[in-house]
Design a protein around this ligand. Structure first.
Ligand code: Q0Z
Length: 311
């Protein structure tokens, strides 16, 4: 990574204890003023303006990216509310992180990256070319990069430590790890979320090729059989958790342009950047015009999907 995540932490967060740094987000726990102890029930999830490309966190930030993605996630949670409850408690957060943080219910996380794919690309395409299947799901012959799948598939991965790549799992492996009931639920929920996402996005000129969702368990809300309630956690259907493609230029048989990061990728791999992707060197900082154009892409995605103006 091109710089220590530690140095990117957000200062001035009295009343909150830093818990964890992700690649582009930070996790804090509210401190109970009466006991001085970090809460065990709530977390503050903060989206920064950091951006990754080609598996590097770049030195440049994209202004407003954290706000746009947080507001988009919140909008999607509402669109999905009839499918699954979500972890959001409040958007009343410290001024330092206004608009890009949410106070959430701390859950027992299901230790599986739940990936749904509506179109074939990336690691799914690589596995398909080697085995005619993805995560144990057999697919028809003749699919290409970007092909629409006959129906959305569940291709879970095991969570790997930061910096390492997640490993594909079969559905049977998920069931062995979390039990058959939770496995069937997270599989069906992942596909239902991706289907709803695409139903809504299609009318707005955007395809959601695939998405990663995370679920948590709320044992304080048992269902009729005594099973914990499954809750949608983390972010949902954002460009950081999903591949967004422009419907108008979708064309199977070639790599699709990324809706949000294409200017970044094109510049990094152009002679203008002076960067060699295969060198192992960290990528250079982005020029201002690439930063500005990318910021506008995130805002455009938010405004197209939600029909709202980003402020
Ligand atoms: C999410 C992550 C990061 C943001 C843990 N509701 C929840 N309950 C318990 N744990 C989590 C959540 Cl969302 C949880 N992550 C991923 C890391 C910033 C989200 F640094 N990890």
């Amino acid at each position: 990574m091109s710089r220590p995540v530690e140095g990117a932490r957000l200062a001035e967060m009295p009343g909150f204890a830093h818990v964890y740094s992700g690649k582009v987000r930070e996790l804090y726990a509210p401190i109970d003023p009466s006991t001085g102890q970090a809460s065990k029930d709530e977390l503050l999830l903060v989206a920064t303006d950091r951006i990754s490309a080609y598996d590097f966190i770049l030195d440049s930030e994209i202004p407003d990216k954290g706000k746009v993605l947080t507001q988009l996630s919140l909008w999607w949670f509402d669109q999905l509310a009839d499918i699954i409850p979500n972890h959001v408690i409040s958007t009343q957060v410290p001024a330092a992180v206004a608009g890009r943080a949410v106070l959430v219910q701390r859950l027992d996380m299901v230790p599986v990256e739940c990936i749904g794919r509506a179109y074939l690309t990336g690691s799914g395409l690589t596995e398909y070319r080697e085995t005619s299947s993805v995560c144990g799901v057999t697919l028809p012959a003749g699919l290409q990069d970007g092909s629409l799948l006959p129906s959305p598939i569940f291709t879970p991965t095991s969570k790997a430590p930061i910096g390492q790549h997640d490993q594909p799992m079969t559905y049977a492996e998920v069931a062995a790890q979390v039990g058959g009931s939770i496995a069937a639920s997270v599989r069906d929920l992942t596909i239902a979320i991706l289907k709803r996402g695409n139903e809504i996005a299609a009318g707005r000129g955007i395809l959601l090729a695939d998405t990663k969702v995370e679920f948590g368990l709320d044992a304080t809300r048992p269902d009729a059989e005594g099973n914990p309630t499954i809750v949608l956690a983390d972010e949902v259907l954002t460009p950081d958790s999903s591949r967004f493609w422009r419907a108008a230029t979708w064309q199977p048989g070639r790599a699709q342009d990324s809706y949000d990061k294409q200017f970044v990728r094109d510049w990094l791999t152009s002679p203008a950047s002076g960067w060699d992707r295969s060198s192992g060197d960290v990528p250079p900082a982005l020029p201002e015009d690439i930063i500005d154009a990318t910021r506008l892409k995130y805002i455009e995605a938010y405004e197209s999907l939600t029909g709202r103006t980003f402020t």
